[in-house]
Design a binder for this molecule. Sequence first.
Ligand SMILES: Cc1cc2nc3c(=O)[nH]c(=O)nc-3n(C[C@H](O)[C@H](O)[C@H](O)COP(=O)(O)OP(=O)(O)OC[C@H]3O[C@@H](n4cnc5c(N)ncnc54)[C@H](O)[C@@H]3O)c2cc1C
Length: 510
Amino acid sequence: MRGDILREIGSTPQWDVVVVGGGATGLGTALEAATRGHGTLLLEAEDFAKGTSSRSTKLVHGGVRYLQQGNVKLVLEALRERGRMLRNAPHLAHKRAFVIPAYAYWELPFYGVGLTLYDVLAGKERLGRSRVLSKSAVEAALPTVHQKGLKGGILYYDGQFDDARFAITLLRTLLDEGGTALNYARVIGLLKSNGTVSGVTAEDRETGQRFDCAAKVVINATGIFSDDLRQMDSPAAANILTVSQGSHLVLPREFLPGDSALMIPRTSDGRVLFAIPWHGRIVVGTTDDPVPEPAYEPRAMPDERAFLLEHVERYLGRRPSPNEILSMWSGQRPLVRRAEASSTAAISRDHTILISPSKLITITGGKWTTYRKMAEDAIDRIGGSASRTAGLRLHGWTEETGPDGACGAWQQVYGSDAPLLRALPQKLLHPSLPFAQGEVTWAARNEMARSVEDVLARRTRALFLDARASLEAAPLVARLLAEELGRDATWERAQIDGFRSIANGYLWPQ
Ligand SMILES: Cc1cc2nc3c(=O)[nH]c(=O)nc-3n(C[C@H](O)[C@H](O)[C@H](O)COP(=O)(O)OP(=O)(O)OC[C@H]3O[C@@H](n4cnc5c(N)ncnc54)[C@H](O)[C@@H]3O)c2cc1C
């Protein structure tokens, strides 16, 4: 597959659009371009969704907290996009009940009114009616919630999804629509003619070979690294991004049994905190701390870890032991600087499109939920036929969404491809993980997986669900992948070592 793509790239004299970056924004933008009739190539330096797009809190949301900031336009836009994600990819995005426990009586009308407004704004996109719950109804929905002083709560509905699987599904849809994409292809320079960007120089990370791709339009969708490409275009370009880090930890299901998620709108230090069921575990997050430099493998800082532990203890009854923390991950937000914003949490998640004097288009900011709207806005700048992604069913679309839209068995994420996958070996990769051995072969054949990390972090979500189990599964994954890709024992060993050094960052320090 990779050889064919490289040959196609080599024999294409000029692309209409080259998109740099294969996260939510780049994949969405490339899909938007391809569906509007542009010959499109996407180049990703690492793996698809290796950056921020596999490290989110997995919410498809209007952003209840943006209501608190009074940003109604952003909430309305996100609510519309939420509906589209749920309709266009029901195998990957579904509704989830969220409960805010109230420990003071004033919180009931306060959050109740706010969430009623959220329902009103959602209009026909509303996923269910928000309502005030009695103390006993909160205890039934959140059996482990801290009960002392509990007065009742508020129930509301929002969306939840699998971010990396969504990215891979966008990739598959892009290929279905005639687009071309390559991972492990880093853009290292921009081509120019008469001062206008006319393509890119890229490096194949597997062979070290360099190649040029001529293009009518180049779009920079490199997330937290956007300033690097802007400075490749013009060394004098000022930084437009600040980076803020958010960390999560993953706990066994018994920390929050049931199907509802817990939402704390304002912790003692003013943050928003979620505890959400996800693929049979509980994800707790997130923090919001400025960091000086963007990083590919950000690690949770000691005060982030302390904050998360302390709040699990405060709201879910007890402090998890290090062994109970199955995994932890951090992601970094690309936030566009606003001179007036005093802290990163106050900076709007709205997106920004910049066109440089050389016509390089940079699209950044926003959030996963608004990826499609960001893409539509970016491609509107270059024209083509009318956008059709608002109603475009994504690869694997199926009507089956499981009971009440809840994520059922893992293989539901493959949607209509699941029966094909089930024809491959179904023996588990590891007894604590729901992933079959055949998924390794599938990922290499159909989803451009090139490494053990690609399989364990983003094709399956093993690393995010149970870092220790994923480390134990790594040798088997390396062997299956080596067989499929025709690699030798030296490659296998290097893959296991490489995965080990990354996965160690997902383990709670003992
Ligand atoms: C902690 C956290 C929680 C979040 N939770 C949510 C949530 O619950 N819901 C929600 O809607 N949003 C959420 N977000 C926001 C959302 O995740 C991001 O807005 C989105 O993923 C950004 O996607 P992106 O494509 O712009 O960036 P990225 O996913 O980082 O993609 C950029 C890509 O560009 C590639 N790249 C960089 N340089 C080059 C180069 N020179 N050549 C080729 N490729 C290059 C990188 O390798 C990377 O893959 C969260 C963000 C964070 C940090």
